[in-house]
Write a protein that binds this ligand. Structure first.
Ligand code: 4NP
Length: 153
């Protein structure tokens, strides 16, 4: 299975989501791939925000070699599941889809932890470091549920 994590800048939330899922994939030796992208290209080519790097490090996960890239249409073909961090990311991706099969690949990541509640992963960019810790823990729960659900299939 190929999973793409998407936020706005691809420097705060989706790099954490990618690192967390990659860690679960490695630990459980799953034949999966994970990548991340941003709906904006504001930070294309940049490493993750230092606060995301530091929070990931605190939990034993290394994300500093990731580089930000923009979500592009070809991602619908290259990935089986596209996980949006918030509803704005979700609608931006959905607007680029051209058919029902592509639209069906897009989900809000927190719905794995809280089904059908459409909860958001808050953008921590203008926040203090606690915002990043909270985001990390939300994503950890959602990623674990995601693995539990899909590894059975
Ligand atoms: P992210 O956070 O979408 O979680 O990577 C943001 C990073 C940068 C900006 C917005 C959100 N920005 O406007 O530059």
């Amino acid at each position: 299975m190929k999973v793409l994590m998407v936020c706005l800048g691809n420097i705060c939330r989706s790099p954490l989501a990618e690192g967390i899922l990659q860690n679960l994939i490695d630990r459980q030796e799953l034949p999966w791939k994970v990548d991340s992208a941003g709906t904006s290209g504001y930070h294309a080519g940049s490493p993750p925000d230092i606060r995301s790097i530091e929070i990931a490090q605190k939990y034993g996960i290394s994300i500093e070699s990731q580089r930000s890239r923009k979500f592009h249409y070809a991602d619908f073909e290259q990935f089986d599941i596209i996980l949006a961090m918030d509803s704005e990311n979700y609608s931006n991706i959905i607007q680029m889809a051209e058919n029902e099969e592509e639209r069906a690949k897009v989900e809000l990541i927190m719905n794995y932890a809280y089904p059908a509640e459409n909860r958001q992963v808050p953008d921590p960019y203008y926040d203090r470091i606690d915002g990043f810790d909270k985001v990390f823990n939300m994503l950890q729960v959602a990623a674990e549920k995601f693995v539990d659900k899909h590894k059975k299939q």
